[in-house]
Design a protein around this ligand. Structure first.
Ligand SMILES: [Fe+2]
Length: 227
């Protein structure tokens, strides 16, 4: 009996070691309740998007540590910057993990969004002409992305703001990105992000997104990107 208990204990210890060895990446809890972004983003979409889609990217990325043991020692940001070294599974799921973690933090309930800072607004006006022109260009990038992907506001290597879009789960941090830069704001335009509420009306989803943009976070990212 004692041997049996000992055996069971070793099995538990071994299992927990093997789990931790292949689970470098974890999903941070959502910074608000799943119904907190309504009516712009509905609760059911948030539950499935965070609980199923994002979780699957994290699980699939962790499963790749067996193929690339070095992933266990890298942050998800570091992986993006050298994504060309890895297979399509790491690109899709590593990108998926980074993009979604970034997206949840880019959003806030309408009474907690804050406002665009005077410093960022000045730069937006300088680089796009006006805040409205910036929003229009961003909406255009979001609605015209064919199939699945993302729209982004980035600071490019020259310190200028730019709007770009990426296919699938790519992002502007990736070394293979057409337009590289530090992302400040991202919008998920995969159908899984809006179809339950908006069906084919991506433009309506894009418009509603502006009511839940977490400007406090975007301002902070801008400060960090240009310091
Ligand atoms: Fe998504």
């Amino acid at each position: 009996m004692r041997n049996l208990q000992k055996g069971f204990l070793s099995l538990v210890i071994c299992s927990s070691f093997s789990v931790s060895a292949f689970a470098n990446f974890t999903q941070a809890p959502l910074p608000y309740k799943t119904n907190a972004l309504e009516p712009a983003i509905d609760q059911q979409t948030m539950e499935i998007h965070y609980g199923k889609h994002h979780k699957a990217y994290v699980d699939n990325l962790n499963a790749q540590i067996k193929t690339y043991p070095e992933l266990d020692k890298l942050t998800v940001e570091q992986i993006q910057k050298q994504i060309s070294k890895y297979n399509a599974t790491v690109r899709n799921n590593g990108g998926g993990h980074f993009n979604h973690a970034f997206f949840w933090e880019s959003l806030a309930p309408t009474n907690k969004t804050g406002k665009v800072s005077p410093k960022l607004l000045k730069q937006i006006t300088q680089d796009f002409g006006s805040f409205e022109a910036f929003q229009e260009q961003f909406n255009q990038a979001a609605t015209s992305r064919f199939g699945s992907g993302w729209a982004w506001l980035i600071v490019n290597p020259a310190g200028k703001l730019e709007i770009t879009s990426t296919p699938n789960q790519d992002n502007p941090l990736m070394d293979i990105a057409e337009k590289k830069g530090q992302p400040l704001l991202g919008l998920d335009v995969w159908e899984h992000a809006y179809y339950l509420k908006y069906q084919n009306r991506r433009a309506d989803y894009t418009k509603a997104f502006w009511s839940v943009v977490n400007w406090n976070k975007v301002n902070q990212r801008y400060e960090h990107a240009v310091k």
